[in-house]
Write a protein that binds this ligand. Structure first.
Ligand SMILES: C[S@@+](CC[C@H](N)C(=O)[O-])C[C@H]1O[C@@H](n2cnc3c(N)ncnc32)[C@H](O)[C@@H]1O
Length: 313
């Protein structure tokens, strides 16, 4: 989808409206999208954000040749306003949120994101703070654990899994993913396994979202990014699971709808939407994309453009 993202953001970055357009890569990762943008738009300056220091290390080596066209920040993307003021930017021209976990994080066994290898149950994107996945399993009440598994993993057997976890941790606290995967195999009925994918998939997703407060970060970051966008600027969102996509869809719908009371024959002054949708619904990867990058299968892309300033009352 990288080429598609470039096209969606092109009108905001290849513009005469500003001398040095600013692109925020809110999820820098290995810097792949940023590199494409830097190459494609020679006047653009990139502000890159990631909460994971190993991502920043890799991206800064990859983008080093772009010198002062890049400024990279270790932060959560909901700290966008602080990052922008540190970088001396008061407005932005485009932003990309390529949400979730990176291939690099999944492939590093010691981070504990993958259920296919036995590794410490960490799952923190930022290893400086907060509970690990093992802490969640070892300390949450039955109710809280079941809620996390149900709400963030859409797990039908959330209550049953929570009971099994509480029983097992009495014997010995959880430390590695292998033991959790074993427990899930033993707890989720075999008949469901044939249709529901790998039995650990939903639990691992739920733990990751909880450990990293992924949905709250997104809920707070979106309004800050939209507020910083100049007229004509665009934001592209890539979501990999329906909870993220729902948050994006709702926020974009709200921003692109008039606030005039329904049923009035005319739109009241100051109530016209300040944004318009660029993508109709969510765009999905085509067959060619799926062939070259099977991990892109679940992605949904939505893009919005600012068309007017906020009304200051
Ligand atoms: C899917 S990867 C991005 C890949 C990137 N677009 C590239 O081209 O390499 C997502 C990245 O976002 C980071 N991330 C996820 N949530 C974040 C948040 N709330 N704040 C900052 N970074 C976050 C992760 O650490 C990960 O490196």
């Amino acid at each position: 989808m990288a080429a598609r993202i470039v096209e969606l953001l092109r009108p905001a970055l290849d513009t005469d409206a500003v001398d040095t357009p600013i692109y925020v890569d809110a999820t820098l990762g290995a810097g792949g999208h940023s590199e494409l943008i830097l190459r494609e738009f020679p006047r653009v300056r990139v502000i890159g954000i990631d909460r994971d220091d190993s991502a920043l290390e890799i991206a800064s080596a990859r983008l080093a040749s772009y010198g002062d066209r890049i400024s990279l920040h270790r932060a959560r993307f909901d700290e966008l306003s602080t990052v922008l003021s540190d970088a001396g930017a008061d407005r932005i021209d485009a932003a990309l949120f390529d949400l979730g976990v990176s291939s690099m994080q999944l492939d590093r066994a010691d981070r504990g994101f993958a259920y296919s290898v036995d590794a410490p149950l960490d799952m923190r994107m930022d290893n400086r703070e907060g509970l690990t996945a093992a802490d969640v399993l070892n300390t949450y009440s039955h109710g809280d654990l079941a809620r996390v598994l149900h709400d963030y993993g859409d797990e039908r057997f959330a209550g049953k899994i929570a009971s099994a976890v509480l029983r097992e941790r009495e014997r010995e606290p959880f430390t590695t993913s292998g033991r959790l995967v074993e427990l899930l195999y033993a707890t989720i009925p075999a008949a469901t396994r044939r249709t529901g994918g790998h039995p650990a998939k939903r639990t691992f997703q739920a733990l990751r979202i909880e450990v990293n407060h992924e949905l709250d970060a997104l809920r707070h970051a979106l309004p800050a990014a939209l507020a910083a966008l100049r007229v004509g600027g665009r934001i592209a969102m890539m979501s990999y699971q329906s909870l993220e996509d729902k948050i994006v869809k709702r926020e974009f719908a709200l921003r692109t709808t008039s606030t005039s009371p329904a049923g009035l024959p005319i739109e009241l002054p100051g109530t016209a939407p300040r944004f318009r949708l660029i993508t109709r619904g969510a765009e999905r990867p085509d067959e060619h994309e799926l062939e070259i990058n099977p991990r892109s299968a679940p992605v949904r892309v939505r893009t919005i453009e600012r068309v007017a300033e906020e009304v200051v009352s």
